[in-house]
Design a protein around this ligand. Sequence first.
Ligand code: AMP
Ligand code: MG
Length: 499
Amino acid sequence: MTFAQAPTTPPSLQLPWQEGFAQLGRSFYSPCLPTPLPAPHWVGRNDAFAQTLGLPDQFWEHPEVLQALTGNLVLAGSAPRASVYSGHQFGVWAGQLGDGRALSLGEIQTNTGLQEIQLKGAGPTPYSRQGDGRAVLRSSIREFLASEAMHGLGIPSTRALCVTGSPGRVRREEVETAAVVTRVAPSFVRFGHFEHFASQGQIDELRALADHVIAHHMPHLQTLEGAPRYVALLQEVTQRTAQLMAQWQTVGFCHGVMNTDNMSVLGLTLDYGPFQFLDGFDAHHICNHSDHQGRYAYARQPQIAYWNLFCLGQALMPLIDEQAPALAALESYKATFPSAMDQAMRHKLGLSDAHEGDRALVEDLLQALQQDRVDYTVFWRRLSVAVRESAHSTHAFEPVRDLFLHREVFDAWCTRYLERLGAANRQATGDAMLRTNPKYILRNHLGELAIRQAKAGNFAMVQDLLQVLHAPFDEHPTYEAWAGLAPEWASSIEISCSS
Ligand code: AMP
Ligand code: MG
């Protein structure tokens, strides 16, 4: 199949392209055209997001859109490119990496500001190294649903507009079919972009990149000049990352590959690979089967984020010079993360103010959950319902208690918890907890079921999951089964870096 540039883009499909990242110049990216895939078809479409962005009416109905978002034609005004970055992978300096299978189509002006549009899996780029630049259907569905699940949970993430599939073949452990995810974010700049220019001694580029991020994404820092400006940048990324980690931890999200090239300077969840939402609570859970040392185990994520921030700090040093202010900016993580975590856990428990002893209450709860591998999401949801029901029932906590093998441990904890709740209005507290503790998360087995059906040509579950995950705190009676405990076979799903 040969590459086809769109001879004409219909006037109703002329998107408001505006140069963003490309203003930085050619040291930052290589122009690169997508490589077509045969016979593309829709796998998943995010209508709600298309509307939020303000994409033209009938956007999806243009046959050019399916072709363009598979990489089979380039819309007028788009100038596809791949950016260069480096990074630390599994704690080791990996040198130059870059967008090996992500192609940026450019930025468009939307209802939510300037947004970059990327195709993931649209063919090789100058940074593909040994890779084929492709993504398989299963990992593309996972990224599509996970990005939107995170958004539904209120956790910052790159977004996903759609997935297209093709019978085109891709070789992984076995031969699979290709797919392309269209993902969207104000910026995909990674810690690794900064590490790249620092490692190459390209200090002018390093400064230009920092100034670009500040001008476009952190305008409140623009009044600062010289070293304080870049210290403030480091501090801002540190704060955003600390907040993000607290959100990941409290919802039970494991990223799986927290390499510095997968860390967003905007504090967005980025690059969904072997991620997993916890089923049974296990602080030591490792979701990536290629992570033999457990470097990215669930409980280690906040510490790893801090380590990654040090890499970013190191990269920014040529702009900062003095160590002390850079260290102080990084140090702010140590206050922000625990305080964000404490606050989030209090919200989950329905506690509106902070008391001494709250942290112990949380720690003891997590220990009890860990001991019995209690399902993390089901626990919080049942606890929320129980608090609400306890306004008028003495048996309200039984469904929570039933989740534990060591019931005496739960009973002891629950007594302390009820004391702590004190005279709070149970109905109102329970209602608030139901808006904090999701009923629906993208469990591995749900993704797996959607993938199996999609492989058989049925994409309904992808679309239905998308709807439910967009409103994870609401009741969806038709999909009650998706709020249940993971089936036995879920623990045998193996997700590696291969995608
Ligand atoms: P990841 O672990 O997915 O973040 O990928 C690390 C690096 O490998 C990034 O630079 C990716 O762009 C690149 N990469 C991963 N998979 C492929 C692939 N199939 N083809 C080309 N590059 C890839
Ligand atoms: Mg990556």
